[in-house]
Each structure stands twice: as C-alpha cells, then as structure tokens.
Design a protein around this ligand. Structure first.
Ligand SMILES: Cc1cc2nc3c(=O)[nH]c(=O)nc-3n(C[C@H](O)[C@H](O)[C@H](O)COP(=O)(O)OP(=O)(O)OC[C@H]3O[C@@H](n4cnc5c(N)ncnc54)[C@H](O)[C@@H]3O)c2cc1C
Length: 386
C-alpha cells in the first residue's frame, strides 16, 4: 500500500547538500483579508525528479537572504562582494553569494553575539555575556538581525573568510507536506505561515517564510529536499481510526492524510480538530475539509475559532467537550496525531487527552498516564510539533 522503500531509494539523490530545484506552480494566500496572519498555499513541481514522499513527511527548503540585506552587510563591513571565499564544503565562491546562500544574517544567534563581542570588544556586549545575564541576552537577541549588531557595535572585519566563523550556517527550514502523491504524483504542497513582525523600527520577515511570501512568484524555483518522517505515518492497518489535532499550519499533514484516503489508500475513520483565530478569515482549506466531511472521507470535524466569541476557545477545549466520544475512539484503538505549536498547544492537548482518558475510562489519572505510555509504545500517540 505505502511505498516507503521506494520513497527512500528514489529521493536519496536529492538531499540537503543536493536539493532539487523545484518550480513554483502555485503561491496564494489562504487567509482572508483582515486576518492577523498570512498563511500561504504553495505548490512545487517535482517535474521528472523521481522524488517520492509519503503523508507525514516534510519538505526542506534552502532559503536565501534578500539582496537588500546582503548589500547592506557588505556596505557596513566595507566589502565589495566579489572577494573570494570558501563555502562550508571548501568550494570557492564569492562573498556576495556566501552572504546570500550560506550565512545566517537574518536572525541573531548567541554564538554570533559571543564571537562579535570578542571581535569588537564592545562594552555593551560584554555586559550581556556576564554570568546571570541570560534573560537580558535572550531579550537582546529576540527580533534582532546581524545588521542590528553591526549598527550597535561596529567593527572592522579584515578577512571576509572570517565571517564563516562569526556567522552560523543558513539552515534549511522544514515544512509539513500538505499533499499526497497518491492524488497528486508530481507536486509537493506546503502550507506556510509568513513570519512578519516589527522590531527596532523595521518590518522584519522570517528568512524562509518571508522569501516564500514575497520573493517566490509562480515560475521561479526553490531548492527542496524531502525530510522523511517515519514517526508520523498513517496506521499500517487501513481500518484503524485516526484522530488528528492540527490547528493553524498544523493542519498541513492532515490534508495529506485526507488526500491519501480520498485516493483509496485506506479506509481509516478520520476525525479532525482544527482551530485558528476566526472562522471567516482563518479556516484554512475550508472548502476541501467541508467537501471531505460531506462525502464521508472525513468522519468528524470539530473546529475552535478563538476570537469569534468573548472568551477564547482552542482545540483542547473542543477535545474536552468531546471527551466521551474521544475515549470511545481511543478504546477502539484510534491513533492520535498532533501537529503544530510545540510551546502551548501540544502540552494543552496532551492534558486534555489525559483528562479524557482518566474520566471516561473510570480509572483515574494514574491509569491515564499508563494508557498514554502504552499508546506511545504502540506508536499510536504521534506528534510533529515545532
Ligand atoms: C518538522 C517541522 C515542520 C514544520 N512545518 C511547518 C508548516 O507546515 N508551516 C509553517 O508555516 N511552518 C512550519 N514549520 C516552521 C518552519 O520550519 C520555520 O521555522 C518557520 O517558517 C520560520 O522560519 P523563517 O525562516 O521564516 O523565520 P526565521 O528567519 O527563522 O525567523 C524566526 C525568528 O524570528 C524571530 N521572531 C519571530 N517573531 C517575532 C516577533 N514577533 N518579535 C521578534 N522576533 C520574532 C525569532 O527570533 C524567531 O526565531 C515547521 C517546522 C518543523 C521543525
């Protein structure tokens, strides 16, 4: 049914070091006007790459820094841009290309701050690095870029190669794949929230989501590879019930699961909990989910829109409201999947799950902990949170 062996063999050619240059087939905003978020649907062509993936996998994207930021770093450090440097693999390139594709300038790391403090000998930076100043240091780093550091603590860099010691490598970003190849063999769909915020008098964009949001029109290409996730697969048994909790962009892999079922790859009874701020603006893929509900591909849909009433309602609240039914599904061997925010949503969902088991099993909280531990052992409690 699933072709995991094929997926691994064929996609091995394209990896982080050798990404596939995928053409952008679609890039449109999913959220409605007036939403506080900008979430995009992005479809990438796999062309004749032979790349395969399975629902639950992510796509790795290698972003590049915007040329405005690159030119500003060059200007501040008094480099021309054509100075030769060696990249992380020892290949010869020039400094402009290195700042564009290899070095992280869009986000300030503690390592860079430490290295720059030693290099610039600036007293403010030394203060931030004193023992007991971790909170101050974290606050300083939050929302700042390398350029902000150059502005605050200017210093000369003699050898451009030194930047490879001062700056971390520009890492690929992962995005849960929101399509199934069983339905759409030649594409990878992504559901990307554009990180956009104001700090220190400037509008900032996340390096990768900002590039996808502002500099990736249909027709251009992005370097992509598949990041396989064997721990977030649909159940092998085609009849096992599946409960999916995916608020916001966390819904992405569950769209892939539903496409997989629609394509006839399993009969899994499916129950989706989705949530976001507002029904009218933030119900991602609403038409698709409602159509799947109507034709029985999706068996249950519970939504929570936190800002649509005076008090906040989240997916964990819906889980609590439906806890008797949830327990019935779990008792029948349901798999429980969670995708999305790791900070608040995932722990709150786990609490709601434990409470549902404790109450409706009639066996109390200790039993609920054991039940959850068993689910983990049986790989029936699966999380992909970030
Ligand atoms: C397995 C996995 C799956 C994922 N799936 C998805 C997905 O399906 N969809 C999706 O959209 N994302 C997903 N992500 C997250 C994604 O990989 C990126 O982390 C995200 O897009 C941000 O990357 P960026 O390059 O745009 O932002 P970056 O350039 O990395 O910027 C983010 C940084 O900006 C700063 N920042 C952010 N907001 C503020 C603020 N308000 N004030 C000050 N500073 C701020 C912080 O330093 C933060 O760390 C996933 C992550 C993982 C690990």
């Amino acid at each position: 049914m699933q072709t995991e062996a094929t997926a691994t063999l064929e996609s091995i050619v394209f990896d982080r070091k050798h990404p596939y240059s995928a053409a952008v087939l679609d890039n449109h905003v999913l959220t409605g006007s007036g939403s506080e978020k900008e979430t995009r649907h992005i479809a990438l062509s796999l062309g004749d790459s032979g790349i395969t993936y399975l629902p639950g996998d992510s796509a790795g994207i290698l972003p590049s820094n915007p040329s405005v930021a690159v030119e500003e770093v060059l200007r501040r450090l008094s480099f021309r841009g054509d100075e030769p440097v060696k990249d992380f693999y020892g290949e010869l390139t020039d400094l402009r290309a290195a700042l564009t594709s290899w070095l992280m300038i869009g986000k300030l790391s503690g390592t860079t701050l430490r290295a720059w403090a030693a290099h610039s000998q600036h007293p403010d930076l030394a203060l931030l690095l004193q023992p007991g100043s971790k909170d101050k240091l974290d606050a300083y780093l939050w929302g700042r870029e390398f350029l902000d550091l150059l502005e605050h603590a200017p210093a000369k860099v003699e050898d451009p190669q030194q930047l490879f010691k001062l700056l971390p490598r520009l890492a690929p970003r992962l995005y849960s794949i929101s399509s199934s190849q069983a339905l759409r063999p030649d594409t990878v769909d992504l559901t990307v929230r554009v990180v956009r915020y104001e700090s220190y008098g400037r509008t900032r964009l996340g390096v990768c989501s900002g590039q996808l949001g502002e500099r990736t029109p249909v027709g251009c290409t992005m370097p992509v590879f598949i990041h396989s996730n064997k721990l977030f697969r649909l159940p092998d048994s085609p009849d096992a019930p599946v409960i999916m909790v995916g608020p916001g962009t966390g819904v992405a892999p569950f769209r892939a699961y539903l496409q997989h079922k629609q394509a006839g790859r399993g009969r899994w009874p499916m129950w989706l909990f989705f949530g976001d701020q507002r029904y009218a603006q933030d119900f991602l893929y609403r038409d698709e989910f409602e159509a799947w509900l109507a034709d029985g591909t999706l068996n249950r849909l519970d939504t929570a829109f936190s800002r649509d009433q005076a008090f906040k309602v989240y997916v964990q609240d819906r889980i609590r409201e439906q806890s008797a039914e949830l327990w019935r599904w779990l008792d029948q061997g349901a798999y429980f999947y969670v995708c999305g925010d790791s900070q608040r949503m995932a722990p709150d969902v786990e609490k709601a799950l434990l409470d549902a088991v404790a109450t409706h099993s009639g066996c109390g909280p200790e039993y609920a902990q054991e039940f959850l531990a068993d689910m983990k052992k049986q790989k029936r409690y699966l999380r992909d949170v970030y």
